[in-house]
Design a protein around this ligand. Structure first.
Ligand SMILES: *Cc1c(COP(=O)(O)O)cnc(C)c1O
Length: 466
């Protein structure tokens, strides 16, 4: 491969025409969303009151592909899609890898308008909300990536966007808050005094640092109080993973431009599981059809919040106040509040049911790394490839490096592809702490996990009733 091919680009008219829906191809049927009020599958009317209607339809669709509306494809093409696929020559060289036996590629979602993969679904959700005559989308955000993506999407379609931002991040990360306001987003520190779910915590302690689980409860509650508002979620659900599948479809076209049809290892970091799904699911469908028998899939988590690697597969609430739907997923327990690691986007107690399904069927594996080792990998990446990665993205980089080094030691031939989910220019504090030697590692002790899962507060769902 010539270095003139190191950035593999696609014409704007190559933005995929459809999303890949993995649900009908999964070896075991996907589990439904459960109503937290009665432990039974949520009836469509309830789901329609929470989410835009089209998103609910996509959540349970059994069509293998779902067309992407032309207006939406045009917006993707006008703004940042297709995104480039890069061969990481600089990183390979730094790892002592020579020749073409081991190739590392990364799909660069950091070139999106707000710097991560999240606008892929934010634009789709805002598009459908507008089309359905809604006026407002409400959501939560941790580090602020999702809040800024949805504020951007809503503003583009003339919708109001209300964001409940975990207070710890609201204080620590003013940059993302300003970006949300730049897109006309309305931002509240959570727990807030605006909702009942927030006041439970706020009244006791107005400085409460908050958690994603609490912020979700506030956003869901807020959206249910207004007829023309809906709740919007940036990960976990099937329809969000679906919207991200443009990533993997483009990657396939780009790999085939340089003669690769069978990558060996597909890697993505996992918070709720959407960017990993976006890259992996189009390849996974081929695997399920017997076309990619040797391709491995690895989702990467922080050791401080290893929902898949150490969590249990069971029914759990999506949020702390038990207002959001119950999902069957790998979970650390909805009451679990992870340590304040810098990869805020990976601090969720659960994972997408699609990921849990794939893990259970041994179609993919997970791995986990410490905060300091992933930030070190991120710096190595910045110094060799030029882009400073988001702390979340550093998890995928660390795994890709480990896999490449291992293959090199064993004289193997490997094509390794990872998703570069976002840049880290709003996360400089993580790098500063690392450089000053102040970044701490957290590992979640197994006893703490079993304690959280033993709690009598876990939902009771009787699958034999539905
Ligand atoms: C939000 C975020 C993640 C984690 O979310 P997923 O749904 O698992 O993709 C990862 N990387 C970046 C840059 C993010 O903003």
């Amino acid at each position: 491969m010539s270095k003139f091919n190191a950035r593999i680009l696609l014409e704007p008219n190559k933005v995929p025409k459809e999303w890949v829906n993995i649900l009908p191809d999964l070896p075991l049927p996907i589990t439904p969303l459960i109503n937290p009020m009665d432990g039974m599958p949520a009836p469509p009317e309830l789901a329609f009151a929470i989410f835009p209607k089209e998103c609910v339809m996509q959540e349970v669709s059994q069509e293998r592909t779902i067309p992407i509306p032309k207006e939406l494809r045009e917006i993707y093409a006008q703004t940042y899609r297709p995104t480039p696929l890069h061969r990481a020559y600089g990183l390979e060289k730094d790892l002592g890898i020579e020749g073409d036996d081991i190739k590392i590629f990364y799909k660069n979602e950091s070139v999106s308008t707000t710097g991560s993969h999240k606008p892929n679904t934010a634009l789709a959700q805002a598009f459908y909300a507008k089309k359905e005559g809604l006026k407002e989308l409400v959501t939560e955000t941790g580090a602020g990536q999702w809040g800024s993506a949805l504020s951007y999407g809503c503003n583009l379609f003339g919708l109001k966007c209300v964001v409940y931002m975990v207070r710890a991040s609201y204080i620590q990360k003013p940059g993302r808050k300003i970006l949300m306001k730049a897109y006309n987003g309305e931002v509240h520190a959570s727990p807030s005094k605006h909702t009942m779910s927030g006041r439970i915590f706020y009244d006791k302690n107005p400085e409460h640092p908050g958690s994603l689980g609490i912020a979700i409860s506030e956003a869901v509650e807020h959206s249910l109080t207004r007829d023309d508002a809906r709740y919007s979620l940036g990960s976990v659900l099937n329809f969000v993973c679906l919207h991200q599948t443009i990533i993997g479809q483009e990657t396939k076209m780009q790999l085939s431009k340089v003669g690769i049809s069978e990558p060996d290892i597909i890697i993505g970091c996992m918070g709720g599981g959407s960017n990993f799904s976006g890259l992996a699911l189009p390849f996974m469908r081929d695997k399920l059809e017997g076309k990619l028998p040797n391709t491995q899939f690895i989702g990467v988590e922080p050791r401080a919040c290893p929902s898949v690697t150490k969590g249990e597969y069971r029914w759990d609430y999506g949020d702390t106040a038990k207002k959001a739907p119950i999902l069957k997923m790998h979970t650390l327990g909805h009451s679990f509040i992870p340590h304040p690691i810098h990869a805020g986007g990976l601090r969720y107690h659960g994972i997408a049911p699609i990921i849990s399904n794939l893990i259970n069927n041994k179609l993919m594996t997970s791995s986990m790394h410490f905060q300091t080792e992933v930030i070190a990998a991120g710096l190595q990446f910045a110094r060799t490839e030029g882009i400073l990665p988001a702390p979340e993205t550093c998890h995928a980089i660390k795994e890709a490096i480990n896999q490449a080094v291992l293959a090199n030691e064993n004289n193997e031939k490997k094509v390794i592809v990872f998703n570069f989910s976002g840049h880290g220019y709003f996360d400089l504090l993580a790098y500063k702490e690392f450089m000053e030697g102040n970044l701490i590692d957290f590992e979640l002790p197994s006893e703490e996990i079993s304690e959280a899962l033993k709690s009598s507060d876990m939902p009771i769902v009787d699958e034999s009733k539905f």
